[in-house]
Design a protein around this ligand. Structure first.
Ligand code: HPA
Length: 288
């Protein structure tokens, strides 16, 4: 059989052969944030190269490993590095790991990314809680759910209103507040990349209601919601993406990631420590 469920199952069995820990939270680490996985207790590491359907990562700052262990007592599966549409992969390939993490037992997705801030008064190193998204490639037809729908995975027409779980948002705000970490909030707009945006494109993103731009996360969230996972997103503002500002570059993205790591690590640990209060119940994809 070659259908997606058997592909998911092949990947799942390679991973479950290495650990009996059932992860509940899938944590995807974006550019420059891979080292956060060093904080895991009793980790087991599976290189992507050993998992069927997982792809090699080609981006500096993205390691290609799945790490399973505990963080702040919570069983987690951490993707050290993700796949991007701009690398030439299909949206289905980009999101396949989320399907596998769900099959492993994850009911929650916590996605992190590096993003360009669209506000002149924001700063490099700011953290932004993603409250909603604009999926520009998806709206233009590059959508991970395009094509035949497998009802065993989720419905044909999943809702994306409130894709980012409100209880998790409240948890993230409370965690940031108690740690004294300022937390911005806003709409993340995904573009395909890999070129950084032109000035006119950045003006358009701002007009559309976005607060930050980036090249990831949304396809994974859409697929996670398709399967009824609860989602949370955190952006690290690695550069200001301003029409008249200096052009963005990948090196500054990595440097901002390194500098902000302790802050984002503390926030994630605190969220994970408290997530059970809200997070273990799988929900239907069109949960309001
Ligand atoms: N644009 C798009 N993606 C990004 C940016 C940006 O300015 N910064 C980090 N990822």
């Amino acid at each position: 059989m070659n259908d997606v469920l058997s592909q998911i199952d092949d990947a799942r069995s390679i991973i479950t052969a290495r650990t009996s820990l059932v992860p509940r939270v899938a944590l995807v680490l974006g550019s420059g944030l891979s080292e956060l996985a060093d904080d895991l207790d009793d980790p087991i590491t599976v290189p992507y190269a050993e998992i069927p359907g997982f792809l090699p990562t080609t981006i500096p700052g993205h390691r290609g490993e799945l790490v399973i262990g505990r963080m702040a007592g919570q069983p987690v599966a951490v993707m050290r590095g993700r796949f991007h549409f701009y690398e030439g992969h299909s949206m289905q390939q980009v999101t396949f790991p989320v399907r596998v993490l769900h099959a492993l037992g994850c009911t929650t997705l916590l996605a992190t990314n590096a993003a360009g801030g669209l506000h002149a008064d924001w700063h490099i190193g700011d953290l932004m809680l993603i409250t909603d998204h604009i999926f520009l490639p998806g709206l233009a037809g590059h959508h991970p759910l395009r094509g035949p729908n497998d009802e065993r995975l989720g419905p044909r027409f999943p809702a994306m209103v409130n894709a980012y779980d409100r209880e998790f948002m409240a948890l993230a705000r409370a965690a940031a507040n108690s740690l004294g970490i300022p937390l911005r909030e806003g709409v993340y707009l995904m573009l395909s990349g890999p070129a950084f945006e032109s000035g006119a494109e950045l003006r358009m993103c701002h007009l559309l209601g976005a607060d930050a731009v980036g090249m990831s996360t949304v396809p994974e969230v859409v697929v996670a919601r398709h399967m009824g996972m609860r989602c949370m997103g955190l952006s690290l503002i690695t550069n200001l993406a301003l029409p008249d500002g200096p052009p963005a570059n990948h090196q500054e993205v990595l440097e901002a990631g390194a500098a902000a790591r302790p802050k984002i690590a503390a926030l994630i640990r605190s969220i994970l420590a408290h997530i059970d209060r809200t997070a273990t119940i799988p929900t239907s994809p069109d949960r309001p």
